[in-house]
Design a protein around this ligand. Structure first.
Ligand code: GLN
Ligand code: ZN
Length: 790
């Protein structure tokens, strides 16, 4: 292309790049800056943001992304979807005042006023709820859901990207969520008519994106990356719907591609070959595909694209943006070479990551406490950047050019295969020998009677989800224990004191089925990871979950075993303090996997069964210790649900199977509970039914229990505790409010089925609101029980 402007020649798409990079900072600088700003402790996070953007740009160049436009400029103060909402003025009407502020500050989008307005939209204020948080595709990242209607006044309100791009110059490539994905992820606004489709606003939105592109062009930008992962999800059931979406894609990029800026469109989190075909018809200069989670293109696709993508670039996302495993360079090079050969000379091939690296921590080299051999198998964001650069060099210059790197890659693969913890014969034998019978409990009705006799509970039994407020005292004791300031015994005493207080409080409040409060757990997954074999935990491996929130997933690298009982002593102690049943509390196999970095050298069904067997031993030991109710939390079972319909049954078979393996050894009189953290229960009620738990608690209070009719209609006859207290907000619901929800539950389900509980664990709540609300919950239950009796 001889597209010249401002004396600069338009560059080709970089031969090596990544689609995005962690934004939170290697030391979580952004988190600190945001939280300090929110709490009024001062400082404008813009200062930190500027430092972070400079540091990451320099770092990425240093690591091998030295070509023009190779560094993604995807920094975000809170969320990349919110960034578009703000830039295009797509705020719901309840945020009209914030919109005014943002409009007035359009030229200074990083002023304190503008940032404050943005954070109000992200976090809510008073009775104006924040935009809803939802999982970003099948990842653990949450985005803020746009609300779009015919009334949404779309308008260019400026973005920090523009000044940043200008400042950082030709090194960077701004990254934006594309317009089709933005609208596909939006929900209809409150004002919108029934059945409204936000995609109806595509042309208006594209007009605003056009202004955005012009501003970037003026800032000297040569390449812009648009992320369009919505194209891979196939939520569009009919061929007509799919065609409409592809049409939207064509329309959007035909318009945007004519603005004199080179566009790259990334189809990540799966594959969407038809979208590649559609983009080939537009002026888009580079199309990026994910060959890690998505299928690799076959000979037919390559032959087609060799012509249709002539003069353009195909970016191949071959280094995973989702896991932390070191790349097998030989295997990746083979994929790249096959694609390159299939495409021929006329289509350039670029090496990249399968998604943004926002899902992985910064730097594995900082994990010096890890075993050096294990560390040599890992690749966090910085290592992945190097892998991309090395692969690009190997692709261009041949194996000799990267001989040392290939050698190191092979050595790491070999060391991993040979490590005794990776494959343990006794574990493989045990999972291979699992029978259907081990996954099957007795008849549900018989169990119901046996449990009723064993527990003697009133109608509408009251309980909680597991954790109680994590006080400063608990955190201090845990930190002191970790750093060796207090010994095991002192720690155990501190935790026991806490358990005793939690039990006494629940008895005094009058709950029926108690919990021990989970004071000893830092995190419901990490706690098990630390106690099972086959896991490692990191010191700095933080990844952004949403806004300033980060999690530190454990690494599941080897075959899983349970060296000894984990929760039993705590549960036994808690039960010794009360005549009422105290629930044993475990985290299920699927949730442990979903919230860890899981090995990919064996099938996930095998990993799940290994966890299922280890948990099964724990269930058995809890029963032997006299625990009559055992809850196995699976809040993440929905989260791993494959994006594509056709992959779902397979997933449900192994995920449900592993839960049943964990729980089906329990005697009929032992009550198995599970907890799920979401309310779109109706969509997978069938799967939940297959878990065969006796009682399931769900999150339903925000939606005012509106899922219950669908649940009843499905014929779900097990115990169900629809959360009647939204623990995610700090208010104390009144007795009447809770009683009303209970009346809804009793109206929709059989009275016999209904349990009364909050909608999630209480660890983020304060004691004051916790005891006030639980009192109201018990009182509301008393009132409704009386109404039922009449
Ligand atoms: N038992 C856990 C708790 O109460 C469940 C948490 C969750 O569902 N995320 O904290
Ligand atoms: Zn929950």
């Amino acid at each position: 292309m001889s597209n010249e402007k401002k004396g600069m020649t338009m560059t080709h798409f970089p031969t090596a790049t990544v689609l995005g990079y962690p934004r939170i900072g290697a030391n979580r600088e952004l988190k600190r800056a945001l939280e300090s700003f929110w709490s009024g402790r001062g400082g404008n996070p813009a200062t930190t943001a500027e430092e972070l953007r400079d540091t990451r740009t320099n770092r990425l160049r240093e690591l091998g992304l030295g070509e023009a436009a190779a560094v993604p400029e995807d920094f975000s103060y809170y969320d990349q979807v919110l960034d578009i909402t703000i830039a295009t003025g797509a705020l719901p009407s309840r945020f009209a005042p914030e919109r005014e502020v943002l409009k007035a500050q359009a030229a200074t989008p990083e002023s304190e006023e503008a940032l404050r307005a943005q954070f109000t939209v992200a976090r809510g204020q008073g009775d104006r709820p924040a935009l809803e948080l939802t999982k970003w595709f099948d990842s653990n990242y949450h985005y803020l859901v746009p609300e779009i209607g015919p009334e949404t006044a779309l308008e260019w309100l400026g973005s920090p990207r523009v000044a940043t791009a200008q400042r950082l110059g030709e090194a960077v490539r701004p990254v934006l969520v594309g317009p089709v994905t933005y609208l596909a992820l939006a929900k209809a606004s409150e004002e919108a008519p029934e059945g409204y489709n936000p995609l109806d606003r595509l042309d208006d939105l594209v007009a605003v994106y056009t202004q955005y592109l012009r501003a970037l062009k003026e800032a000297g930008v040569q390449w812009v990356q648009f992320d369009e992962p919505a194209l891979v999800t196939h939520r569009h059931r009919t061929p007509q719907e799919r065609e409409a979406l592809l049409d939207a894609l064509r329309r959007a990029y035909t318009a945007l591609g004519n603005e004199g800026v080179n566009l790259a469109v990334a189809l990540t989190y799966g594959h969407a070959f038809d979208a590649v075909d559609a983009l080939a018809e537009t002026p888009v200069q580079a199309v990026i595909i994910d060959v890690v989670r998505g299928k690799k293109p076959g000979a037919a696709e390559l032959e087609r694209w060799a012509t249709s993508l002539k003069g353009k670039t195909l970016g191949v996302g071959v280094v995973s943006g989702r896991n932390i495993w070191r790349a097998d360079l030989d295997a990746d090079l083979a994929v790249l070479r096959e694609i390159k050969a299939g495409l021929g000379e006329a289509v350039a091939v670029a090496v990249t990551t399968s998604t943004s690296l926002q899902h992985v921590p910064h730097d594995a080299e900082r994990e010096t406490q890890l075993d050096a051999e294990l560390r040599s198998w890992l690749s966090f964001a910085d290592q992945k950047v190097k892998e991309v650069a090395v692969l690009a060099r190997g692709l261009a210059e041949g194996d000799e050019a990267i001989a040392a790197e290939l050698e190191a890659s092979r050595a790491a693969q070999a060391s991993r295969k040979a490590h005794p913890g990776v494959e343990k014969a006794e574990v493989r034998q045990a999972t291979a020998a699992v029978t259907e019978e081990q996954r099957t409990r007795g008849d549900a009705a018989e169990r119901h009677d046996a449990q009723a006799a064993a527990l003697g509970l009133p109608v509408l039994p009251t309980t909680t989800i597991g954790s109680f407020p994590q006080t400063d005292e608990i955190r201090r004791a845990r930190a002191a224990h970790r750093s060796g300031k207090i010994d095991d015994q002192a720690y155990e005493e501190a935790m026991k004191k806490e358990i005793a207080e939690v039990i006494a409080a629940q008895e005094e409040i009058g709950l029926d089925v108690l919990v021990h409060g989970e004071a000893e757990r830092n995190d419901m997954v990490q706690y098990f990871a630390e106690n099972f074999e086959g896991f490692a935990t990191t010191a700095h491996g933080w990844v952004q979950s949403y806004g300033s929130r980060c999690t530190r997933p454990s690494i599941l690298w080897g075959d899983v075993t349970r060296p000894e009982a984990i929760t039993v002593e705590w549960s036994r102690y808690a039960q010794s303090l009360s005549k009422r049943p105290v629930k044993g509390m475990l985290t299920g196999p699927v949730t442990i996997m979903a919230w860890s970095f899981v090995r990919e050298d064996i099938a996930w069904g095998e990993v799940a069964d290994q966890l299922g067997l280890a948990l099964r031993e724990e269930v058995g030991d809890l029963e032997a210790a006299g625990i009559k109710v055992i809850q196995v939390d699976e809040p993440a079972i929905r989260e791993l649900l494959p994006l594509r319909e056709e992959d779902r049954e397979d997933y449900l078979a192994w995920s449900v199977g592993s839960f049943r393996l964990a729980t089906a050894g329990a005697a009929p009189a032992t009550s198995i509970h599970t907890h799920l953290c979401y309310s779109d229960f109706a969509t997978i009620v069938d799967a939940i039914d297959r878990l065969d738990a006796d009682v399931t608690s769900i999150e339903a209070s925000r939606s005012k229990l509106k899922v219950l009719p669908a649940v009843a209609e499905h014929g779900f006859h097990r115990g169900l505790g629809p959360g009647v207290w939204d623990i995610h907000s700090a208010r104390v619901p009144s007795t009447e409010e809770i009683a009303d929800l209970l009346r809804v539950a009793v109206g929709a389900l059989d009275t016999e089925q209904v349990w009364v509980n909050p909608d999630c664990g209480l660890k983020t709540r304060a004691w004051e609101e916790t005891s006030a609300t639980l009192r109201n919950l018990v009182e509301a239950t008393r009132i409704v029980r009386e109404e039922i009796a009449q």
